[in-house]
Design a protein around this ligand. Structure first.
Ligand SMILES: [Zn+2]
Length: 288
């Protein structure tokens, strides 16, 4: 049975901490390097619900995409929700490892997993990492479709293939426009609009798009109209958990570790319901 230090070293080889953004907080949050690891759980969010799932599962290591603490803290008292997470982890001998922006830019990374879930063929990164001579690492991915589909069909595919959330998929642009190339970025992607336009793709699929950036992006139009597809943040990053679990499974097989690797299916998207506006009143333009 491997020690935590060995498992973490293998995972940090996939997502080296020094490739994380300077503002990020990745790596080991909780854990004794000498403890043995037999069961690992992957999830997007290090929230209490997920930690309790790890306890029930008998996991020794929880790997999440989002950091527990992004900024410093002066307390891990169990009266705070993050402190309670820390207490539950330590009391149950569960380590916590975070792979965030270092997993975003990895090859393969978060956006490769998103593209894979939608059967999109990755051409390359949307924002290449200049330190990667091979040009494979970086933020977001530019992808091609084997057969062109309409924006509506692509949104339907995303709704069907990504895990179900209350939000579903929001679309900006002509739903009948044809899509041959698409940029994807797991998580909040509205800082990438300029690169999306420069990539000359037909559509951009990401999450957390806000009114002003989206509205200005659509109004700018040129050189040609583009469609925006906005999914739930959690849903765009969840496919990475499956990819990462497969990567750890392969490492475990190669090294004879016999790890049990699991992916949490608990929906930790904060939005729990969605009510569509009444189609009749909106088509007549009547205020409601
Ligand atoms: Zn995220």
């Amino acid at each position: 049975m491997p020690r935590l230090s060995e498992v973490i070293a293998a995972l940090e080889n996939l997502w080296p901490a020094e490739r994380a953004e300077s503002w990020d907080a990745v790596g080991t949050v909780v854990g004794d390097p000498g403890q043995e690891v037999s069961r690992v759980l992957f999830a997007v969010d290090p929230v209490q619900e997920i930690v309790e799932e790890a306890v029930k599962l008998g996991a020794d290591l929880l790997v999440t995409h989002h950091p527990l603490y992004l900024r410093g803290t002066t307390t891990v008292a169990a009266t705070t929700f993050k402190g309670r997470v820390v207490h539950t982890l330590i009391k149950n001998d569960i380590a916590l490892l975070v792979a965030h922006t270092n997993a975003d830019t990895a090859d393969p990374g978060v956006s490769d997993a998103l593209a894979g879930a939608l059967d999109l063929r990755v051409v390359g990164p949307l924002v290449p990492d200049p330190s990667d001579g091979e040009g494979r690492r970086g933020l977001g991915r530019v992808c091609e479709l084997d057969h062109p589909v309409t924006v509506r069909e692509l949104a339907a595919r995303a709704a069907a293939r990504l895990p179900a959330t209350a939000q579903g998929i929001r679309v900006a642009g002509d739903p009948e426009a044809l899509v041959r190339t698409v940029a994807v970025s797991g998580g909040s992607g509205d800082s990438l609009f300029e690169q999306v336009r420069a990539a000359g793709v037909d559509a951009f699929l990401t999450a957390d798009l806000r009114h002003h950036p989206a509205s200005e992006f659509m109004a700018a139009g040129a050189p040609r109209p583009l469609a925006l597809l906005d999914a739930a943040h959690w849903a765009t990053e969840w496919p990475w958990c499956e990819l990462a679990a497969t990567q750890l499974d392969e490492i475990s097989d190669r090294r004879g570790w016999d790890l049990r690797v699991h992916v949490s299916r608990t929906v930790t998207d904060p939005w729990t319901a969605h009510v569509a506006s009444d189609a009749t009143s909106s088509s007549t333009g009547a205020p409601n």
